[in-house]
Write a protein that binds this ligand. Sequence first.
Ligand SMILES: C[S@@+](CC[C@H](N)C(=O)[O-])C[C@H]1O[C@@H](n2cnc3c(N)ncnc32)[C@H](O)[C@@H]1O
Length: 211
Amino acid sequence: MPGLVRELRLRAGPALRLEQRAAGGEGSVVWDAALVLAKFLERGAPPLPRSRVLELGAGTGAVGIMAAALGANVTLTDLEELQELLAVNIEMNRHLVTGSIQAKVLKWGEDVSEFQPPPDYILMADCIYYEESLEPLLKTLKDLTGPETCVLCCYEQRTMGKNPEIERRYLELLQVDFELEKIPLDKHDEEYRSADIHILNIHRKPTSFPS
Ligand SMILES: C[S@@+](CC[C@H](N)C(=O)[O-])C[C@H]1O[C@@H](n2cnc3c(N)ncnc32)[C@H](O)[C@@H]1O
């Protein structure tokens, strides 16, 4: 059944159109972190044209579709149950894509050999929200990244329940093998920014590769 369509206007004029599903899981709506990361990409700081981009936990595909509209060659990934929605959203926006785009199943922690060689960018929006996923997610990040891969991870800082502890644990585990730098708020999109939504620029520590 078709759901509510969310529009995200591009600076160039037209809008990305993203179908959402009322009766899906977390991935079937566009989260604020996805809007913040997509509009950050549009500012052009990471040079996306012709780059290889992989999005983890893509949900509706908002971030990766923006990257493809900006000229990147993008693979959106998520669980099997999100593939149909991703296919719908790719088709709705195909006319805006100036790079290329496809969607594939990737469950965190599982084999990533089909996604090699390491992409130039890995994009993640609102993927840090439950404890059991942290170690598989970090394994996937480690398996997918090469020395030149830039991971842009956007997340909303939540204060309720277990969220602060999940965030603390994620950052602790992440820093074993990765260096991270917070992108200052004044570098985010002027409209799509919020003090509680952070973008991290993450790279593998050179010492974390087997010698
Ligand atoms: C909160 S949603 C965010 C969706 C989208 N990135 C956004 O910000 O609008 C989290 C996404 O992570 C995906 N996800 C959760 N656990 C996963 C796992 N173990 N492997 C792969 N994807 C997973 C969900 O299916 C969902 O699409």
